[in-house]
Design a binder for this molecule. Structure first.
Ligand SMILES: O=C[C@H](O)COP(=O)(O)O
Length: 255
């Protein structure tokens, strides 16, 4: 049993509107009472302040994170949202490198690294998502892809700054598909990721202290087995984070 505190994230992606986002936040504030698990939800931009306000009013420990941001401080970046704007509305955690940003929106490793560095510089907690596509897994490249995405994403990040970084391992083929990695496969990938951290930060305890979440069709029915693996420290949940019972079921499994 590691002494890393479990961390569960709920990535609401581009789902929910004012009414159902508020109802979900209120329901979570009522249901989630544990101190034993760090819980963060990632609503869409328009609802960040409202959700943060619900948790604040309820005295809830649930944190609010942003699914994305732009790394420049301000200026002529039409459509973008800065870190200082996020801080202004109560956000302290940001998600970077999610596979939907990499493979659907087209974010590059260079941009992902710029975002990681900017967020850490601004004092945010960072969840860096990595993971292989199906064809890469089938070609035996899983560990290489994870290593490469971490090397690019963490370039210039010091060992001290790693205390604010969580890695989210999300095999792309498992996201939103109902196909979860087996506990054994997920554990093997997580152990390899920890090995990579040891190589990137030699002579430090970063490999042992960094929390690594699993993401990809995690739900209450499979969370227990996944979270019981020695190198899986939590989950980044999409679909199952949209219902209080499902998300709280996973949080309960993480305790
Ligand atoms: O960010 C969350 C992941 O993409 C997992 O999504 P999912 O639980 O719907 O498979």
């Amino acid at each position: 049993m590691s002494d890393r505190k479990p961390t569960i994230g709920g990535n609401w992606k581009m789902n929910l509107h004012t009414g159902d986002a508020k109802a979900l936040a209120v329901g979570l504030a009522e249901a989630v009472k544990t101190d034993a698990v760090d819980v963060t939800v990632f609503p869409a931009f328009p609802y960040l302040a409202m959700v943060a306000g619900v948790f604040c009013d309820a005295g809830s420990q649930i944190k609010v994170g942003a699914q994305d941001f732009y790394h420049q401080a301000n200026g002529a970046y039409t459509g973008e949202v800065s870190l200082s704007m996020l801080k202004d509305v109560g956000v302290a955690t940001v998600l970077v490198g999610h596979s939907e940003r990499r493979h659907v929106i087209g974010e590059t490793d260079v941009l992902i690294n710029e975002k990681v560095l900017a967020a850490l510089e601004a004092g945010f907690e960072v969840v860096l998502a990595i993971g292989e596509k199906l064809e890469q897994r089938e070609a035996g490249q899983t560990d290489f892809i994870n290593y490469a995405q971490m090397c690019y994403g963490l370039a210039g990040v010091s060992a001290e700054q790693m205390s604010k970084v969580t890695i989210a391992y999300e095999p792309v083929w498992a996201i939103g598909t109902g196909k979860t990695a087996s506990p054994e496969d997920a554990q093997a990938a997580h152990a390899a990721i920890r090995g990579c951290l040891s190589g990137i930060y030699p002579g430090t305890d970063v490999y042992a202290t960094t929390r690594i979440q699993y993401g990809g069709s995690m739900k209450p029915a499979n969370a227990g087995e996944l979270l019981a693996q020695p190198d899986i420290d939590g989950g980044l949940i999409g679909g199952a984070s949209l219902k209080v019972e499902d998300f709280n079921g996973i949080i309960t499994a993480a305790q």
